[in-house]
Design a protein around this ligand. Sequence first.
Ligand code: UDP
Ligand code: MG
Length: 319
Amino acid sequence: MVTVYFILPCYNEEEVLPETSKRLLQKFLSLAEKNYISAESRIIFVDDGSKDSTWKIIEKLHNKNDIFGGLKLTGNCGHQNALLAGLLTFKDNADAFISLDADLQDDIDAVDEMIRRFTEGNDIVYGVRKSRARDTFFKKTTALAFYKLMRFMGVDLVYNHADYRLMSKRALNDFAGYKEVNLFLRGIIPLLGYKSCVVLYERHERFAGESKYPLKKMFAFAVQGITSFSIKPIRLITFIGFSVFFLSLMILLYVLSIKYIAGVAVSGWASMILSIWMLGGLQLLTTGVIGEYIAKTYLETKRRPRFAIEKSLNKAGKT
Ligand code: UDP
Ligand code: MG
């Protein structure tokens, strides 16, 4: 029988936690009944510096039932870091770890299949959405553009997989060696190279509360994904710079030839102004991209801890 830890990052989730815990407990008990998971298994909620009563609810759940555990971070470290905190804190407690969102948008009935695939010898089981039919048009197109862009940038992502996945203890312990501060989990996990497979599931609407990923966070997440994995943007800039320089040499030749050979003076004000603005814009953009990488290097060299734990609740568990 396998010991499984469910890890759920929660940020201001007081509206969903009572229902989420109820559904998860049901799932947990049915898995235990079928002897899929051991009695030492746990459901861990990681409070990512919530400002509402999230932590109080977690404490209450924990006091009522040992199955529930909690981890309270000192402040809002972001979804990826909260998940990381949960995984790393309990990395020696279980045989397998399943990460999922607190709003249970990802169908928990896929868990049975995930555990089955794990016992068949897969170290990583990716939860993959069957379709995006329920997404808004905006979300659908931006998500597709994101995956396409990532592929173009050379980052190998599992299509339509977010952070709903199962990881074995040894995969997680290998992953613990990846110390980067700029974290993009779904990009790193495939790099571990373990045997993996995919389990399809249906993604639902959030049943309460609102998304904690506004457009701004989503954009930051996409930039993070690209810049922490790929140096292609910098290469692209070098290439653009080279091409523009080459082009300007050609234009110089052209200008000289019509002036001295044909004897015509060019009175192209519009084209000149245009090129000044275009080049200015390109230069700013490229400086910005390079700056982004320098900033990243700066953040990485500081090697600051990625999260800080204020409290940990896990009865009968080792941590
Ligand atoms: N979350 C978090 N910290 C944050 C933002 C989000 O721990 O700073 C958690 C949130 O509580 C949820 C998960 O990350 O469990 C996914 O967030 P959400 O459901 O709001 O994102 P969406 O499904 O809308 O992309
Ligand atoms: Mg959600």
